[in-house]
Write a protein that binds this ligand. Structure first.
Ligand code: 13P
Length: 254
């Protein structure tokens, strides 16, 4: 079995419109030939429509959230259907920052997942434990519960279409990365749970990305783990040189 790698950036709430488009232009011009790696750039809503005019089949773009209804009187919200209309193909859902600061629950995330799938977007579903849970050694049970309440409610057809990102909260933006052994342990547990809840074939096909202070300095070791299929990258996705290096590393590991 051989899964391709995915390098997905998450700009979070960074970059003006011009800065974002400049980044996309450099990425487009500098992207190496890729045979085993998929590249996705997750950006604020304001960039999606312009960025999609620069797509050349070498990378795709993602939104970082969506509302669960298709349309209607929800001032200030953006639905999966609106995202799809920009040319974006992916949407990051359930990021720990949305869970923490915007009180998103597993149940709400499940509604968003279904809406994104209905509109033909590929969700990048995030899960991961806070530091106290890790220190208590209950991280596997914690992540399993997050999945139980959300992605494990999907059908076999639906689950095949999602990407999972394991992002331990204590490693996000802290410079403290999970060790490759810690990442591999959790990714393997996620895959075992997928096999238990769906089928072994589905579990083996689904991409599971690692996120949390992933950088050119540690990516090679992380991406080399058997169940780590690439990364969801925050800080290091903001600089084209770092992001391109991460892409090269992923491509070289296959
Ligand atoms: P950092 O790479 O900045 O730790 O962020 C990870 C993340 O949250 C990606 O979604």
């Amino acid at each position: 079995m051989s899964r391709s790698k995915i390098v997905a950036g998450n700009w979070k709430m960074n970059k003006t419109l011009n800065e974002g488009i400049e980044f996309i232009q450099v990425l487009k011009e500098s992207m190496p030939e890729l045979n085993h790696t998929k590249v996705v750039v997750g950006m604020p809503f304001i960039h999606l429509a312009s960025a999609s005019t620069h797509l050349n089949g070498k990378f795709s773009i993602a939104a970082q959230n969506c509302h669960h209804e298709i349309q209607g009187a929800f001032t200030g919200e953006i639905s999966a259907a609106r995202i799809q209309s920009t040319g974006a193909e992916y949407v990051i859902l359930g990021h720990s920052e949305r869970r923490q600061y915007f009180k998103e629950t597993d149940e709400l995330i499940l509604k968003k997942l279904r809406s994104a799938l209905d509109q033909g977007l590929t969700p990048i579903f995030c899960c991961g434990e806070p530091l106290d849970i890790r220190e208590d050694d209950s991280h596997v049970a914690y992540v399993n519960e997050q999945m139980e309440n959300s992605i494990f409610q999907l059908s076999n057809e639906e689950i095949r279409k999602i990407i999972i990102a394991y992002e331990p909260i204590w490693a996000i933006g802290t410079g403290k990365t999970a060790s490759s052994a810690q990442a591999q342990e959790m990714h393997k547990e996620i895959r075992i749970s997928l096999a238990d809840n769906f089928t072994l074939a589905i579990a083996n096909d689904i991409h599971i990305l690692y996120g949390g202070s992933c950088s050119p300095a540690n990516a090679e070791e992380l991406f080399s783990q058997e169940d780590v299929d690439g990364g969801l990258i925050g800080g290091a996705s903001l600089k084209t040189s770092d992001f391109l290096e991460l892409i090269r590393i992923a491509e070289s590991i296959h």
